[in-house]
Design a protein around this ligand. Structure first.
Ligand code: AMP
Ligand code: MG
Length: 420
């Protein structure tokens, strides 16, 4: 144990307060992207992060095809006349093209998605057709050459990069890859995340509560937040506030994981061993952020694993996870980082706040009858009120210097969908 590490851990009040932005920047600088990759079938790659560019070997569409049910015609037959009378020489269905060549005075019955036959260049909707036996007539006033044709390569050209590395593969990406015929992709391996809760007061669900006990909710909320990321979870349970227990849990976690998360035990309370033990086993970068909820946050390195000691209060744990841990996970899994998705909304109510720390208040974002985006509050903002995270669908970002918000003012809001 180095004396300086011990000093720094035992004197938290001497640590400077960092802004949220500074904290996040330091974290993102410190964590590394996993380099290992795996080759997965398309379906198994859902939710994973692409590790190599995907280039299309085909055009999509790969042939000119019809956007409508109707008749494929030659535009030159329709030019310079009010009405055109054509002979129907065959049909082109999706998957069953017309084999021949269409010549002057001829047309082909065509369905959506069917190949536009050789010789034709324009599709006329069947609603405008007047068909009698194998002849069809059209008024030409509404016909524009080339209409209702979906051209080869309009969506993707052969040789185009359809997806760049760093892209999280969602439903649209999996569909896009399938549309260019890709069966397997290279993705970064799942990040290994170990986590445990600390606290003598914590009881697992399914067990009756003893005097002074509470249920451990953080591990469940953490598991839920982690489940959406490209990770593999190691749930190490509840660890009592005992130095040796905390120490061995941290060691065990660091052995299996790229990222270790704990909740509780990072404030200045007497039984808070996490930061102290971390100072002995690894390195702490900081632990006080000018934010509310969630001021105490330990961040550091345990052997080769990155470490976050999240606050014990359930709302603080979730908010700090979203603001700091999630961006770190994104970088570690190789996902391209984006700025927080912030939208401006009219604040429906007054929000109380003292200048000093940045606040993340739980908000309910909705669209008013007049179409204006409006946000209201879930009410009391105590960091122990987990129900507020369930009522909310966004975090209202109030900058450190803000002294509160009047009803009707604009505020910045981060919808929860930014955390998916
Ligand atoms: P701590 O950060 O350990 O001082 O805990 C702060 C508050 O959060 C205390 O009221 C704890 O009882 C509560 N707390 C700590 N861990 C958990 C947990 N895993 N689930 C629910 N509440 C917790
Ligand atoms: Mg505790």
């Amino acid at each position: 144990m180095s004396p300086s590490a011990t000093d720094c851990c035992l004197n938290p009040a001497e640590k400077p307060l960092l802004s949220v932005a500074q904290g996040k920047a330091r974290i993102l600088q410190a964590v590394h992207t996993v380099t290992a990759r795996e080759q997965l079938h398309l379906r198994a790659a859902l939710g994973r992060i692409l590790a190599a560019p995907v280039v299309s070997a085909i055009n999509v569409p790969c042939f000119d095809n019809s956007a409508m049910d109707g008749y494929a015609v030659r535009s030159q037959d329709c030019a310079g006349t009010m009405k055109v009378d054509l002979s129907v020489v065959g049909s082109s269905f999706a998957g069953a093209p017309f084999a021949g060549e269409v010549t002057a005075g001829q047309c082909v019955r065509i369905m959506t998605g069917a190949v536009v036959p050789n010789g034709t260049d324009t599709v006329i909707m069947q609603e405008y057709a007047n068909r009698v036996d194998d002849r069809v007539t059209f008024e030409t006033k509404n016909i524009a050459a080339g209409q209702h044709v979906r051209y080869t390569g309009e969506d993707t050209r052969s040789g185009d990069t359809v997806l760049e590395p760093g892209k999280k593969l969602g439903a649209a990406e999996i569909g896009l890859l399938a549309s260019v015929g890709i069966a397997e992709v290279s993705v970064s391996r799942r990040l290994r995340v170990a986590f445990f809760s600390t606290g003598d007061e914590l009881t697992g669900v399914g067990t009756p509560l003893g005097a002074g006990q509470i249920y451990d909710s953080n591990r469940y909320a953490l598991h839920g937040m982690l489940a959406k990321a490209a990770i593999e979870c190691y749930d190490l349970g509840v660890i009592p506030d005992k130095r040796d227990a905390v120490r061995s849990a941290l060691q065990q976690a660091a052995e299996v994981a790229d990222l270790v998360l704990t909740s509780g035990g990072v404030s200045v309370g007497e039984a808070d061993y996490i930061t102290e033990t971390l100072g002995e086993l690894g390195e702490i970068n900081f632990w006080r952020i000018a934010m509310k909820p969630g001021k105490p946050l330990a961040f550091g390195q345990l052997d080769s694993a990155a470490f976050f000691g999240l606050p014990g209060n359930p709302v603080s744990a979730m908010v700090t996870f979203y603001q700091f841990v999630l961006p770190a996970i994104r970088k570690m899994t190789g996902e391209t980082l984006h700025n927080p998705l912030l939208v401006q909304a009219r604040c429906a109510v007054e929000l109380k706040k003292a200048p000093g720390r940045m606040e993340f208040q739980r908000g309910i974002l909705h669209t008013e009858k007049d179409g204006v985006l409006s946000v209201s509050t879930t009410g009391m903002q105590g960091s122990h009120l987990l129900g507020s995270m369930s009522q909310a669908n966004c975090l209202i970002h109030l900058p450190a210097e803000s002294a509160g918000v009047q009803a009707g003012e604009q505020v910045s809001v981060q919808p929860f969908l930014d955390f998916d």
